[in-house]
Design a protein around this ligand. Structure first.
Ligand code: ZN
Length: 177
């Protein structure tokens, strides 16, 4: 990798293998649904699919301090709504401590032991309806982003495909692997 570097030895623009830090606000249907305001900028390696593709694609060539509005279609964001990803479940099969109300989010283990998120969309007398679609599926995403820092990824980061920043915990990673 050969970057154009500035006086501080940092990449000048966003390109593959650059660690990008940015502040973002995500607006959906006119409402802010997520932002980096509380936790500070997010960091990721450009070109590794660490963020949703429709946003990553629009960051190439941006410079530190630069802001941009990026509209991302549902297909390039959290996907379109899958009508098949909805399931009617007998209430008696659910643990007793689950509040049976529309809008309640549940974490469910499937047969392969994977954790899936679902939202209760309907409560009947003997059954409830669970929707496994991502809450933002089918939604157009409006991002406002500002690049706060660019640096070259370390060889280790490139090897792992993710950023090792101040939140990086090696013990935690050992458990993951
Ligand atoms: Zn790692």
């Amino acid at each position: 990798m050969e970057f154009a570097l500035d006086a501080e030895n940092k990449p000048v623009v966003v390109e593959d293998d650059v660690v990008v830090s940015l502040n973002y606000t995500l607006t959906v249907d006119g409402e802010v649904v997520d932002s980096s305001e509380e936790d500070g900028p997010i960091s990721f390696i450009q070109g590794y699919g660490n963020i949703i593709p429709g946003l990553e694609r629009e960051l190439y060539g941006m410079r530190t301090g630069q802001s941009k509005h990026v509209s991302v279609s549902a297909a390039d964001g959290y996907g379109t709504v899958d009508p098949e990803a909805v399931m009617e479940v007998p209430t008696e099969e659910l643990p007793a401590d689950i509040p049976l109300e529309v809008g309640v989010e549940l974490e469910i283990l499937n047969e392969d032991g994977e954790e899936l998120s679902a939202v209760i969309t309907k409560v009947g007398e003997k059954t409830i309806v669970l929707d496994f679609n991502h809450p933002l599926a089918g939604k157009q995403l409006e991002f406002d982003v500002t690049i706060t820092d660019l640096r070259a990824a370390t060889p280790e980061e490139l090897d792992h495909g993710h950023v090792h920043d101040e939140d990086y915990d090696e013990d935690e990673e050992d458990e993951e692997n």
